[in-house]
Design a protein around this ligand. Structure first.
Ligand code: NAP
Length: 346
């Protein structure tokens, strides 16, 4: 019998349900037929009691994300930021709730596993109650790189990201829409929710600054090292926000212990879990954010020998940041911990 079947399904809380990630979580839970018996949609005082969200053919009124709201839950999928995560997640996990948190609150906590099922899903075999979902850019990067690392041993990495507005939440998606209308009217777009206008622009900042890097760049470095279990890996990263609503892209340069022929890398990626190789430059086949939206895969293309370093590889990696970069990865973790659904690839 499936877990929770005797109660008509599991009691599942989605914390941050009104946000772009939370709404995608609801969609992914529905699509994957996660055995939801009772659903609790939770958010801040701004939405509690005021917003209703559709799930399973019914409207669910949003409740306040407070500790008591998680009492008796089997699973809590959290995407409400680090402050709410610190307030709610440890107590819920201690009470036996399976908590998967999307914020940065626990990603560097050695006592909390940081998991991408295709990369290090074996950590879930210890049945942790609290699991951290990595940063969206890091998830797609490591899904593409882990199989190459297993085959060829990664030595050095450079990444330039092209990150969509939705990675910063619904406020920047709304701002981009309004700015795009301004551009269409030949007006100069006004900056909202970000230090510079995004429409008609490319912005190499907007995240919190730490030294001469952004917080996003440091997250990609630290979390990639942790997920690949390469604490000394040399990584250079530049994170850039681009005027795309959904879908992050990354230009990646990877050097390995020895020279890696592109054909050998292609053979590895052709069977890698979670990866779709979409790569025929002459036929204009390569991944783009627009084509990746709504899909579950990490798309890899433009795979070729790097002209700057003999034996190294260049590739282009694209995924839907709201799905594999956030909601889908969290649901896959919950599925595996609950022993339900479409098994996450190991
Ligand atoms: N967007 C991505 O691609 C992505 C990827 C990976 C991880 N994440 C992480 O996921 C989290 C949510 O991101 P998002 O993009 O969905 O943001 P968002 O669209 O701005 O939504 C934020 C959500 O969190 C709720 N919230 C905010 N403060 C809260 C509080 N103190 N207590 C309870 N609920 C609170 C909001 O509720 P109200 O409606 O009441 O304001 C809303 O539901 C963040 O931690 C983010 O870093 C995002």
């Amino acid at each position: 019998m499936a877990p929770g079947a005797d109660r008509g399904g599991l009691t599942v809380a989605v914390v941050g349900a009104t946000g772009v990630v939370g709404r995608t979580m609801l969609r992914v839970l529905e699509e994957r037929r996660f055995p939801v018996g009772e659903l609790r949609c939770l958010a801040s005082v701004r939405s509690a009691g005021r917003v209703r969200l559709a799930f399973g053919g019914q409207q669910h009124e949003v409740g306040l994300a407070e500790p008591a709201a998680l009492d008796g839950c089997d699973v809590a999928l959290m995407s409400a930021g680090a402050a709410a995560a610190r307030e709610l997640a440890p107590a819920a996990a201690a009470a036996g709730v399976i908590v998967v948190d999307n914020s940065s609150a626990f990603r560097q906590d050695p006592g909390v596993p940081l998991v991408v099922p295709e990369v290090n899903g074996a950590l879930l075999d210890d049945h942790p109650r609290l699991v951290a979902n990595p940063n969206c850019s890091t998830i797609q990067l490591t899904v593409a790189l882990a199989p190459l690392h297993r085959a060829f041993r990664l030595r050095r990495l450079h990444v330039a990201t092209y990150q969509s507005a939705s990675g910063a939440g619904r406020a920047l998606v709304d701002a981009l829409r309004q700015q795009s209308l301004q551009v269409a009217r030949d007006e100069i777009p006004t900056a909202q929710a970000y230090p510079h206008p995004l429409a008609g622009n490319v912005v190499p900042g907007g995240w919190r600054v730490e030294g001469d890097a952004t917080e996003e760049e440091l997250k990609i470095v630290v979390e990639t090292r942790r997920l690949l279990e390469l604490p000394e890996l040399a990584i250079g990263c530049t994170a850039v926000r681009v005027p795309v609503a959904v879908g992050h892209a990354e230009a990646v340069w990877a050097a390995f212990d020895g020279p890696v022929p592109p054909a050998a890398a292609r053979a590895v990626l052709a069977t890698a879990p979670g990866v779709v190789l979409h790569d025929d430059l002459a036929a204009d086949r390569y991944p783009t954010p627009l084509a990746a939206v709504g899909t579950d895969a990490v798309w890899v293309g433009r795979l070729r020998a790097d002209l700057g370093e003999p034996g190294a590889l260049s590739l282009f990696v694209v995924a839907d940041n709201l799905r594999k970069g956030a909601a889908l990865n969290a649901v896959q973790i919950a599925e595996r911990l609950c022993g339900v659904g479409l098994a996450a690839p190991s």
